[in-house]
Design a protein around this ligand. Sequence first.
Ligand code: ADP
Ligand code: ASP
Ligand code: MG
Length: 416
Amino acid sequence: MALIVQKYGGTSVADPDRIRAVADNVAITKKRGNDVVVVVSAMGKATDNLIALANSVSTTQSGREMDMLLTTGERQTAALLTMALADRGVDAVSYTGSQVGIITDTAHRKAKIVEVKGDRVRVAIADGKVAVIAGFQGVSTDQEITTMGRGASDLTASALAQAMDADACEIYTDVTGVFSADPRIVPQARKLTKVNFDEMLEMAGAGSKVLAMRSVEFARNHDVPLHVRSAFTWEQGTIVSNEEPSVEDPIISGVVTDMTEAKVTVLGVPDRPGVSAALFEPLADANVNVDMIVQNTSTDGTTDISFTMPKADMAQSESIVQAIANEIGATEVTHDDGIAKISLVGAGMKSSPGIAAKMFRVLADENVNIQMISTSTIRVSIIIPSSDMERAAIALHTAFGLDSGADYSAPLPERK
Ligand code: ADP
Ligand code: ASP
Ligand code: MG
């Protein structure tokens, strides 16, 4: 008998029909003789709606109260799915993250897992029950309810799979696996049968939404293979594991697109030691995830510094950056929401020079202006105007030989 962790994302449980379809799959898995631990996300756009609700009520949103609010989304799905399982004669019980002992640090909205106790899950399984756990949440070492960042139900799943020593961790979503690009943007994207953890980590870190970065990090560190697959077609998906890529694999495995970042530019920054530290330390202290940073060469003793960060952190960092700019004598701070990041990721880059140059040539031929560039050993990322993103991604996908020869054919559910 195997122990299987199954995680269902927001679109997969978006309405009553979907919840019933998921209950059918859980029931089948259980009736085949497996033990099943289910992790659920909030229904559809429930988390976005809760954030919008908070915005419409108040501008004073402490992390603690936001986490109290946001965790209700997942809790709702867990209770509903458990009821649907009861209809199917499956003995199931729902739990919050706190109830199953997902212990985190105290950083509200971005909490990190410190420990997974899982005692109640073990008891439920020993009693022959399916445990249905509200994803995305835990309880802090200060006994406060926390959430672990957008998309973190994936992390709940990989952490529980590790804690329970599960035989499989299945991540059910609304596409049929991990593709060479987001099939919603590049229809010719190719399904990858397997992806290595390092590549998946770079793809997730570059902004590919299909798996949350920290779930991949966790899965890699604890060697928990993930099976990303569709809750709409139920077909075999993509295995993400520590298996090394073979020499026959393409040099580039994916083109990653990301529209979630904004760019901030601080103009007229005095060019002297300590200025970058003065700017970025307070942002780090405020838990703002700064991504790319570019500093221009100095002319007449001043320079410009641009950096990108999540749009969601913009409001928080705006006042911090403005205050520091005044303090250090910079002339102006500007913001740009209309940017997109495109990254090429591939383990084969290590041994294959010229990828960045080819990428820039493709973009030049498409008349796309590059604003920022950053690289790692297996990734090249650029910032461009968001209006050019789709065209650039499609052109790069073709130029690097990734097109599958046919458009994505499974249904692409609308995200309600
Ligand atoms: P869930 O709600 O199931 O967690 P997400 O929205 O977080 O789903 O992730 C699934 C989405 O990720 C897909 O609908 C797809 O648009 C997007 N995506 C981005 N990059 C990729 C990729 N390389 N392969 C597959 N899907 C991708
Ligand atoms: N509901 C949360 C979100 O929308 C967590 C998740 O879906 O994984 O970010
Ligand atoms: Mg997700």
